[in-house]
Design a protein around this ligand. Structure first.
Ligand SMILES: [Zn+2]
Ligand SMILES: [Zn+2]
Length: 299
C-alpha cells in the first residue's frame, strides 16, 4: 500500500459511509488497518518487481493463459505487517487483546519455521492455521489476509500491470496473478461488466452473460439479485456451479474517476451473507461470512 492508494482508500471509505447503510460502524476499523499498512510500508518500502517481458506476456494472454504471477513474499514482512494489523485491531477493539497475543505467538513460530521467502499458498496456510488454532474469526481473517496480499501485490506487480494487454483477455480468472475475482463493476460510460482481482487489482472486461468460474453462458442459469431498491450492488450468481460474485453499478454512484472496489466490497458484506443464505458459495473462495451466521438463518 503506497501513499497514493492509501489516500484513495480513505476517500472511498468516506464515500462508502454515505452509500452503504451500517458501514459507518465498521469503517473506522477498516480505516485504521489502511493506516497501519501505509505506515508499515513507509518504514519498509517495497521494490516493485521488474516488468514481465511484454512480448512474452502478450503471447500468453493471446493464448488464453494467465501470467499467474506469484511473487514470493518475505516471511519477515508478512509477519511484520500482520503484527501491525494486530496492533490496530486491539486499539479498535480491546476485547481482542488476548486473541491478538495468541496470534502473535503463532506468527513468531511461523517466522522460525519458514524460509526467508514464502509463497501465496504458505500465506493461505498460515491463515487457515490461525482460524483453526486461535479465536480469530473467519471473516476477520479473510479481511486481514486479503488486504495483506492486496498491499503487497499492488506494489510488486505494478510494472507488469501497466503493460499487460488486459483488452485481449476473455478469461474469468485474473490475467496477471491467476486468482478468481470476487467482485467487479458495470462501467460508467457504457455499462460493460469489468471484473477486478481482489489480490492484485487488475481489471478486465468480461462478457456480461457469462459465469467467470465455470464459463456457463446459459442465460436461464445466470442471474442477479439486489436488495430492496438498492441497485448499487448486484449479487451475480450461476445456478450451474452455484457460485456468486458481486457487481457494483458505478453508474449509480455518480463517481467521477476511479473507485476503489476493495472498499465497496467491505462495505457490502451483508450481500455476501444473503448470497450464502441463498445457497451460493463465493467463486473467489474468499469466505466473508462466519458459518454460524449462515446457520442462524436456516433455523
Ligand atoms: Zn490478480
Ligand atoms: Zn458458474
Amino acid at each position: 500500500m503506497d501513499k497514493l492508494l492509501y489516500e484513495k482508500c480513505q476517500e472511498e471509505i468516506t464515500r462508502c459511509n454515505r452509500l452503504y447503510d451500517g458501514f459507518s460502524n465498521a469503517s473506522p476499523f477498516i480505516s485504521a488497518i489502511c493506516s497501519a499498512a501505509c505506515e508499515y510500508f513507509k518504514e519498509h518500502p517495497l521494490t516493485p518487481l521488474p516488468a514481465y517481458d511484454q512480448g512474452e506476456a502478450e503471447d500468453l494472454i493471446r493464448a488464453g493463459r494467465s501470467l499467474t504471477l506469484n511473487p514470493p513474499l518475505k516471511a519477515k514482512e508478512v509477519v511484520g505487517l500482520l503484527k501491525s494489523f494486530g496492533k490496530a485491531t486491539v486499539k479498535a477493539n480491546p476485547k481482542l487483546k488476548a486473541t491478538v497475543k495468541e496470534i502473535n505467538e503463532y506468527l513468531d513460530q511461523f517466522l522460525l519455521d519458514s524460509q526467508e521467502e514464502v509463497s501465496r499458498k504458505d500465506v493461505f496456510n498460515l491463515q487457515d492455521l490461525l482460524i483453526k488454532e486461535t479465536e480469530l474469526e473467519e471473516d476477520l481473517a479473510t479481511f486481514l489476509f486479503s488486504f495483506l496480499l492486496y498491499s503487497f501485490y499492488r506494489q510488486y506487480l505494478q510494472p507488469t500491470s501497466e503493460v499487460l494487454r488486459t483488452d485481449l483477455w476473455e478469461g474469468g480468472d485474473c490475467p496477471l496473478c491467476g486468482e478468481k475475482p470476487h467482485y467487479g463493476l458495470l462501467r460508467s460510460e457504457d455499462g460493460a461488466k469489468q471484473l477486478e482481482c481482489w489480490a492484485c487489482g487488475t481489471q478486465w472486461l468480461h462478457t456480461r452473460i457469462k459465469c467467470p468460474y465455470c464459463d456457463n453462458t446459459d442465460m436461464e442459469k445466470l442471474g442477479y439479485f439486489t436488495v430492496e431498491d438498492n441497485e448499487k450492488v448486484r449479487v451475480n450468481y450461476c445456478q450451474k456451479c452455484c457460485q456468486y460474485y458481486k457487481i457494483f453499478d458505478v453508474r449509480k454512484f455518480h463517481a467521477d474517476g476511479d473507485v476503489v472496489l476493495t472498499i465497496h466490497n467491505l462495505a457490502s458484506l451483508d450481500y455476501d451473507l444473503l448470497a450464502r443464505r441463498e445457497g451460493f458459495t463465493p467463486g473467489s473462495c474468499l469466505e466473508w461470512v462466519n458459518k454460524d451466521e449462515i446457520v442462524e438463518a436456516q433455523d
